[in-house]
Design a protein around this ligand. Sequence first.
Ligand SMILES: [Zn+2]
Length: 448
Amino acid sequence: MIRYGLLTTWMVGCSWLEPAQPDVILITIDTLRADHVQALNPDAPVQTPNISSIAKDGVVFTQAFSPISVTAPAFASVMTGLEPGRHGLLMNLFRGGDPLASNIDTLAEQFSSAGYKTGAFISGYTLRADVGLRQGFDVYNALPTQNRQGLKTAQVLNSWLSVQQKPTFTWFHSYDPHGPVHRWIRAADSEVDWKRDPEKLSHFPQYQKIDDITDVRLYQELYGRGVEYADRGVGSILDMLKSIERYENALVIVLSDHGETFAERELWFDHGYSTHSEQLHVPMIIKYPGNRGAGSRDDRLVSLLDVAPTVLEVAGLPTLKGIDGKSLLGSETVHEWLAGESSHCKRVEVLPCSPHGGKGKELVIRSSTVAMVDKARDGGPSIEYYDRLKDPKELVPGSVTPSAAILTAMDDLRTARRSRDYVPLPALVPQQKEDIETKRLRELGYLE
Ligand SMILES: [Zn+2]
């Protein structure tokens, strides 16, 4: 594998102002582990050729992390450049989290103010309009009560994008790798004698269980099929962009909001409850207009928070004010460490953790070399250290000496999170307003 390390001269000193404003295409695949993307892991047990083709034309960030291992809060950080404590989404809505406040500025609002057409095409119920991420989008196409297959979402997106005259900020969200993975079962799977161990059944969350099968191989295989299906959705969008000759000058970003734990921890095939690398290490690829830096890799520690300031700078627009993320243009170190948190803890047989609110949050401060994890156990905080160079999967706690900066950062994060409790809200008033363009598209038969 060729590693170029830090990006070099092509990023420094060049003007990012394009002759025409670039289309900005944000491609997001929910629950996609970094090790299930061939551009990041040549030994990935799946085929992701369409993501690879973007990587070939762009920059692969090998050490990108999400600030929180659950959907709506993580995407709120992408859209605002703010860490979860500042944008206020600390859990999904259905767990009692808050929607994004309307006075918080978003990437979509910034593009909209600059004259872009803005469209979001969403596949997961957890990002329905009530979550508040629709602000700034001319079209926020999400089903109110169900999930949708990525290829169907991509078709709706393609119909919209292909007729836009102005540059667009377009957000595609695939939910295909997210559980329950049983929707990817094929008839031939029933011919395999999968392991069924009653003692292991409690390691699976209820929504993932397939009968009494406990064979990790089946669940991983089904997850992988979801990833490959998601990649087809990406391919559909790429084909369309190329067919209308808007790919070359586009800024295309590929990322995931969080990963998924297989059998690394106590609870299998789930996320949201941990801060370890399989849940927070995410794929992130940026294809710049004109394919600048094509085929290079960037090993700096970066965050989903950095997406907003980076794409705004590339588009030549003012950044969002007072945000936590930093632009990735240039070659200097972006972050010495990154904070991460879980959403909640599930009090299940195999996971003896505090169930509610701030006390249930697992916290992490992660540098390039060390991960300091504060587990939220029933018995109180439990600190573990991991040597990320020797143990990048963070499987074996060890004796690592953290820097003073890491200890201070953990103290600050602990104070911010554990000092508050998150109480479920009363029922939210659904946003029933449908924008005019969505109505028109429905009349034209583009939408379901
Ligand atoms: Zn998610």
